[in-house]
Design a protein. Structure first.
Length: 722
């Protein structure tokens, strides 16, 4: 395997030279350090442009590119320590074969030839009789278009394996947003600093969207008001002018209550509604049902908070000042999560916020990127009509036998860019599925994660510093390039190279399986599309980033990418899909209001948003970052702790019918009464009881998008046994 090393001198950052180095050769000694243009690969909206300093073949520093308008030279604490992750002493550097029981994490070192032969033999035998018994499982361990899902998808499509419905993060919100707006296109990050009112709805950008927060802070310095809507008083909520702590899963009701006030008090933009929206009469009729009193009772907040927010939003827009909403994924991880995002995304059109470049809403910017997925993934290779397995129900699905409604029993899993034993809901069931001795499991990884402990074969994968990739983003509008800064450590190989080798071992001779990582990256974007006509891979990797061709105010004159070309308050597509076509409220699966019998036994709602120093389960094993979190904690309101005789700092047990885990209590009003917060996602093996918050989460799905309901969970809390 060869890897292209592109290095850039500090003096001339726009120029690059290319050299070849094999994995077995050290990079030639360098008299002076060089800088390599790279991209942060992790599941974060910021997709930062990186500069990697390399000396004598070793990456010595990772810093933000000061020239990139979004990154502006600033990195989060996690990625600033990326060399610690790449050179971590526990990094997997050789193929491994299991020698102990599943879950024990006992392995022996084997050669690549041995690993590839065993995998090809086992998968080949299954595929020869029942290809759909093989399932790939991946998500966003890297967001790269090459190392994420390119050669891997070609491999599984050619095999005829089951398809994976990748729902675990954002599909509920994306679905609701697309029904309303038409595509995940919204306010450009670079405009938010010009807004006069910014509503941060269901997110904690200080921890998970730092460069948006920098823009919001700039807006604040220029007189903008910042309002946070979140059940938890997060780091972000603490620094906003106002925090509205609604009950989990009631965001859709709050949006309806805001609509009620906006319509009743004539705070809407009648001209924009008439020209650029569809279904206002139906929306107004539905909103009329949601009086401030009903909204306040449903959301667990005051009438004044409902009315005040609506008036501030509407009046600011009426004055001709930009109002912007940054809605994040926390909103949609409940039963009615898709509808919640749909309702919120109606608000900008009601007040004409789209007229301004700094107005509107952003959920994700990903819909602006003309990614050439067909070219990268080659769905034309698919034979027949394979079934689709939802990654959010992997626990139940691994325990299913063959049946007419389900199809064949899952006999083999190939896992890459994910850690399902830690991150998938209802961990106890997931664990039982992974313990099956008749399940052949292959894991591509950097470290021996909770999931890797259950593998039959573990393959060492490269980190972002060691391979080539191309990136889109979901928080800004720049196409991004990642150049390999160093040669792969040990015997690590890129994901794409591993699937190339497996394809060759299994006799897949289509020419597409011979394309290199560089050739794949060169296909990443459709340069015939108006937004990316200037895309050229060689130019992109020299520069590192290039902005899409998009209007500053995408919907100032309407032109929504919906069937009607308008913002659809009434959606015929939703009606056709069996959904309410007008904004509505869908109660949580689990809450005091929707399930009082369950709440009598488990009276506390629980959410498990990201810990500041982790990113999903990535970085948990980096000691300097884990030290910042200390250990698993549970934030609990003083009233709830007092009722249970729990003191600050005591170990507590959090439980429901699905399972339990332990954490150290932090008694704090940051968690509203009736709510507990377990910042996540911890590796199970690094927790004192070998469990994490997903022991108590559910495999039940959202109203649309078939997504998980992580924040739709009732629990009880008690002192832990000694």
């Amino acid at each position: 395997m060869t890897t292209t090393l592109v290095t850039t001198s500090q003096a001339t950052t726009s120029q690059a030279t290319t050299s070849q180095a094999t994995t077995s050769q050290a990079t030639p000694s360098q008299a002076t350090p060089t800088q390599v243009r790279a991209t942060c690969p992790h599941d974060c909206p910021d997709t930062c442009a990186l500069l990697i300093t390399v000396q004598d073949g070793v990456a010595t520093e990772v810093k933000g590119d000061p020239e990139h308008p979004t990154t502006a030279g600033v990195l989060c604490t996690k990625v600033a320590r990326y060399t610690e992750r790449t050179y971590h002493p526990e990094r997997l550097l050789h193929p491994l074969r299991r020698v102990g029981k599943k879950g024990e994490g006992r392995f022996e070192r084997i050669s690549w030839d041995q690993a590839l032969d065993e995998i090809a033999t086992r998968l080949g035998a299954i595929a020869a009789r029942t290809p759909q018994a093989v399932l790939p499982y991946s998500y966003a361990g890297t967001m790269g278009l090459v190392q994420g899902d390119s050669m891997s998808m070609r491999f599984f499509h050619h095999m005829g394996a089951s398809l994976l419905d990748r729902t675990i993060c954002a599909t509920a919100g994306f679905t609701g947003y697309k029904y309303t707006i038409g595509a995940t296109i919204g306010t450009d990050l670079e405009q938010f600093q010009n807004a006069k009112l910014i509503i941060i709805w269901g997110g904690n950008p200080i921890a998970s969207n730092l460069h948006f927060w920098m823009r919001a802070q700039e807006a604040k310095r220029h007189g903008a008001r910042l309002i946070a809507i979140d059940p938890y008083r997060s780091l972000t909520a603490e620094k906003c002018h106002q925090h509205i702590a609604l009950l989990p899963g009631t965001d859709a009701a709050l949006a309806l209550g805001l609509m009620h006030v906006l319509v009743n008090e004539n705070l809407t933009d009648a001209a924009y509604i008439a020209e650029h929206t569809l279904g206002f009469a139906q929306l107004a009729e539905r909103a009329a049902e949601w009086t401030p009193e009903r909204t306040a009772e449903t959301c667990g907040i005051s009438v004044d908070e409902v009315v005040g927010l609506a008036r501030e939003y509407g009046a600011t827009a009426r004055r001709g000042e930009p109002v912007a909403i940054r809605v994040n994924y926390g909103v949609q991880r409940v039963h009615g999560g898709g509808m919640a995002v749909r309702n919120i995304s109606c608000l900008p059109a009601l007040v004409g916020a789209w007229r301004h470049a700094a107005g509107g809403i952003q959920l994700s910017a990903s819909g602006g990127f003309p990614v050439n997925r067909a070219g990268l993934q080659r769905p034309d290779l698919i034979k027949g009509a394979p079934r689709t397995i939802n990654m959010s129900t992997i626990g139940d699905d691994l325990l299913r036998d063959s049946s007419p409604g389900f199809g064949p029993k899952i006999e083999a899993l190939v896992i890459y860019n994910s850690n399902p034993v830690a991150v998938a809901p209802e961990s106890g069931v997931v664990k039982r599925g992974f313990e099956r001795e008749d399940l052949f499991t292959v894991v591509l990884e950097h470290f021996q994660t909770d999931t890797a402990d259950y593998a039959d074969i573990v393959l060492p994968a490269t980190t972002q510093l060691e391979h080539v990739d191309a990136h889109s983003a979901y928080g800004h509008l720049y196409m991004m390039a990642n150049n390999a800064a160093i040669a792969p450590l040990g015997e690590a190989k890129s994901n794409a190279e591993i699937f190339r080798l497996l394809a060759a071992r299994m006799g897949y001779d289509d020419p597409c399986f011979k394309e290199s990582d560089e050739q794949l990256a060169a296909q990443a974007f459709d340069n015939k599309h108006v937004r990316a006509v200037h895309f050229d891979w060689d130019s992109l990797k020299r520069r590192g980033w290039q902005k899409l061709n998009m209007q500053d105010a995408p919907f100032a004159e309407g032109g929504f990418p919906t069937p009607s070309g308008k913002c659809e308050f009434y959606s015929a597509s939703m009606l056709a899909d069996g959904l309410d076509p007008v904004p509505a409220y869908i109660a949580p699966h689990e809450s005091v209001a929707s399930n009082p019998a369950l709440a009598a036994r488990y009276p506390l709602a629980m959410i498990s948003p990201p810990a500041r120093n982790f990113l999903n389960s990535t970085f948990v094993n980096v000691q300097s970052l884990r030290a910042g979190e200390g250990e698993p904690h549970l934030d609990i309101h003083p009233d709830d702790s007092a009722a249970r005789g729990i003191a600050n700092g005591e170990m507590v047990r959090i439980f429901n019918d699905r399972g339990s885990f332990v954490a150290r209590a932090r008694v704090t009003p940051k968690a509203r009464a009736g709510l507990v917060v377990g910042l996540s996602v911890w590796w199970k093996k690094l927790a004192s009881d070998g469990k994490n918050a997903n022991e108590v989460t559910s495999q039940r799905l959202t109203d649309m998008g078939r997504a998980p309901t992580f924040y739709d969970t009732l629990v009880q809390v008690e002192k832990a046994a000694a």
